[in-house]
Design a binder for this molecule. Sequence first.
Ligand SMILES: Cc1ncc(COP(=O)(O)O)c(C=O)c1O
Length: 484
Amino acid sequence: MQAITHADGLVASEAAFLDAHPSFRETAVLDELRASEYARLDARGEVYLDYCGGSLYATSQVEEHQRLLRETVFGNPHSANPTSSAATALVQRARAAVLRYFRAPESEYECIFTANASGALRLVGEAYPFGPAGRFLATSDNHNSVNGIREFARTKGARTAYVPLGCPDLRVDDEVLLGLLDDRDAGCSNLFAFPAQSNFSGVKHPLEWIAPARERGWDVLVDGAAFVPTNRLDLSVWTPDFVAISFYKLFGYPTGLGALLARRDALRRLDRPWFAGGTVVAANVGGDLVVPLSGHAGFEDGTVDYLGIPAMEIGLRHVERVGIDLISRRVEALGTWLLAGLRRVRHADGGPAVRVYGPATWDGRGATIALNFLHPDGRVVDERFVDMLAADHDISVRTGCFCNPGAGEAAFLLSPDALTGVGFGDDMILDDFITRIGMPSGGAVRVSLGLASNFADVHRFMAFATRFRDLEDVPQHLPPRLAC
Ligand SMILES: Cc1ncc(COP(=O)(O)O)c(C=O)c1O
């Protein structure tokens, strides 16, 4: 057992952690799993803290998938021959497994396979029947793949608006939201989108918003990408119209597969701007005919990833065996400890060496923690230096804005006034833009936990964090920032 001595003399050890979080012992099966299924982490000495970017696969997932591929013959499912039928059967089984996993009644929900969560969000955005007097409302805290829907909305003449975030907790005020939800024409199509968990701050935005929004005539799109890897999403309790997810964020492998879970009635209201192979009952050239397929088939363009989809089902079974509630409890204990530890990292003069963005305690949040290290004079430590130092310690964290500009703007107190009209000239790079809008750095450092996280990972990150105590400056000439 190692121990870290903090600036204030506090010693944090695994024993102290277990005393503070006795229920963590109940998740010991995950330590066994870490040793068997994720042994490569410790064999390589890697500290992986980017589960919000992508989860890790268990060795057995890959082995089971390889076995399946080695022992079976699969053909393109758009046919009736034996190898095609074998693929079709597994794709159908996987589709049913996804709905079962999310407890989504098959009579109410469809599962549409996509390339990723962004693909699922795009399907909704491009086919949603926006029109003049209709609205697209989104929380300021959203991934760019949700923000991008505003472009479809505007092209069709709909009004777009963002729900602001409060500081410093980066949450939405329920009263403000309800006011915005009341401001709509009930005769039009109105879409409200929010993430069940922020990929920036870890804030869990309330699923309790879904019912009042739907009662007011809004279709509700929940971005579940950052939420479902460590939380149960039960669609027999919550009834959003659309949910977007990426499977690699849940169990690491395969990459390149996501899903749109859609209420059947909401799906029928979508109006696709094109058709493709696999999405039509019939189409001809001479008569300009197109008859779209209904349900999921009308939304899966071309050939689905029929070799990857069985790997997805294997991954889902893996998470089911482990238990999503156990994963939740595990990351809650580790995350609570990490948040408390970060607050105690102080410079010699007692000033904070870490600034956490968003909720400072575990209340209403998940295991994604955005932070910046601070110099003793309060300046933000350049995140590029943090990245370099983390790499030296074999620590994988994410730095930047995490494709979530709205949460970043709120975290760094950038007002709309400061941003309106600031252009991005042809001769500029991202660094110039960051300077122009007055950001203290290129964003934040994001630490996120997941199903294979253990005490040692968090402990090593805490030890790493203490390296920033009394750090006066960082080297000049860090590499330029090219994209956020
Ligand atoms: C909340 C959220 N939504 C959407 C996405 C987009 O996911 P993908 O890149 O898999 O399409 C991400 C990715 O990080 C995310 O965190």
